[in-house]
Design a protein around this ligand. Structure first.
Ligand code: FES
Length: 85
């Protein structure tokens, strides 16, 4: 009999031990943050030892660029499209 176990470590991985911040907490606020300090502020805490800062920065780098969800097939910005009508 084979026993299959689901690993929950990836979703519960702690990024910041000092503030008990999990990776998913950081990923939740990261799209609205431009730097690590904003991430901590958004999560109502601040850096203490600072060992987690490189990881928080790495998560920020993984975020899509602002406006990346815009229609990539559009040939003109929406403002120009309205003005041309
Ligand atoms: S591990 Fe995040 S401030 Fe110490």
């Amino acid at each position: 009999m084979q026993v299959t176990r689901t690993c929950k470590a990836a979703t519960a991985m702690y990024v910041c031990i000092c503030n008990a911040l999990r990776e998913r907490d950081v990923r939740r606020v990261a799209p609205d943050c431009g730097n690590a300090a904003q991430v901590y502020r958004a999560l109502n805490c601040a850096t203490r030892c600072g060992r987690c800062v490189p990881t928080v920065r790495a998560i920020l780098v993984e975020q899509p660029a602002p406006h990346a969800n815009l229609d990539a097939t559009a040939t003109q910005p929406a403002a120009f499209a309205i003005a041309a009508e």
